[in-house]
Design a protein around this ligand. Structure first.
Ligand code: PLP
Length: 277
């Protein structure tokens, strides 16, 4: 099989933990090739994001066209899109690539709490990008920002399904105290529970031991690995399970390279071979 190509739209993280850098490592680990359109340049380290600058619209369009004209795209992944104008541009670009799986990681803020998007961003994601998306991968706070008047996870996923986005993978990395409904009754914080919804119906529940610590770029890792596994032709249940398994192992091998969050080791699998210490 020729290496499948994944087209990513993400922010650049100079500390090499999240965004484009995470995408490239996760996608390469799945034996796929990452092509990367940088949507924003962030100022950050492992302790937090302090600023970002967005890339002009003409650049995003020209870079995307250059890739699309040259390579067969097997899947698309979006991460940090920062504002309504970028969402509109990316929605335009992906509409030229119908029938290609589109994985949307709804990056609204960093998990350190810093904002990575402008006001009204969740609204424009819902209105403009979700109608052309195959799957979105929100954690609970992101889910409720995308479906603000829903009373529980199921209703929120139904609302998202109504936009046209077939699948929702609700990740359980949040504290379950943030849930609004009864859907998590009986759950406890020692486990991370991911739920996969299709057309608003729960079709798979995936449980993982919760790892201690804070990690940089875990959501980016999951969404990129998922896009790559879809590019390789896996069905959605298999792809979401493998992507979470890969993410879990990357986090379990993470190292504290700076003074804040841990960096996942996305090449944890390359433990032996020709490279010596
Ligand atoms: N994209 C960029 C460029 C970021 O800087 C961050 C977080 O800092 C994210 C995405 C989201 O990261 P995470 O996967 O930790 O939610």
């Amino acid at each position: 099989m020729q290496k499948p190509i994944v087209l990513c739209f993400s922010g650049a993280d100079p500390c090499g933990g999240a965004g484009i850098q995470a995408d490239i490592e996760a996608i390469a680990s799945m034996r796929c090739h990452a092509t990367t359109i940088t949507t924003a340049l962030t100022v950050q380290n492992s302790q937090g994001v302090t600023d970002f600058t967005v890339i002009p619209d003409e650049q995003l369009r020209a870079q995307s066209q250059a890739i699309i004209d040259d390579m067969p795209i097997a899947a698309i992944k979006t991460g940090m899109l920062a504002n309504r104008a970028i969402v509109a541009t990316i929605a335009d670009i992906v509409a030229t690539q119908p029938n290609i799986p589109l994985v949307v990681d709804p990056v609204i803020s960093a998990n350190t709490g810093a904002n990575l998007s402008a006001p009204g961003f969740a609204n424009s994601l819902r209105q403009q990008l979700l109608p052309v998306a195959t799957i979105i991968t929100p954690n609970l706070p992101e889910l409720y920002q995308l479906a603000p008047d829903s009373k529980d996870i199921t209703e929120a996923c139904r609302q998202i399904a109504n936009t046209g986005c077939e699948y929702v993978l609700v990740t359980g990395t949040h504290d379950i105290a943030q849930d609004r409904g009864a859907a998590v009754a009986g759950e406890h914080n020692e486990e991370v529970v991911n739920r996969l919804y299709q057309h608003g119906k729960l079709i798979d529940t995936q449980r993982w031991p919760r790892l201690p610590g804070e990690y940089h770029g875990s959501g980016c890792t999951l969404a990129s690995a998922l896009a790559a596994l879809l590019a390789r032709g896996h069905d959605m249940v298999t792809a979401t399970r493998h992507a979470q398994d890969y993410t879990w192992h990357s986090l379990a091998s993470a190292a504290r390279l700076g003074q804040g969050q841990y960096h996942p080791d996305r090449f944890f699998w390359a433990t032996s071979g020709w490279l010596s210490e």
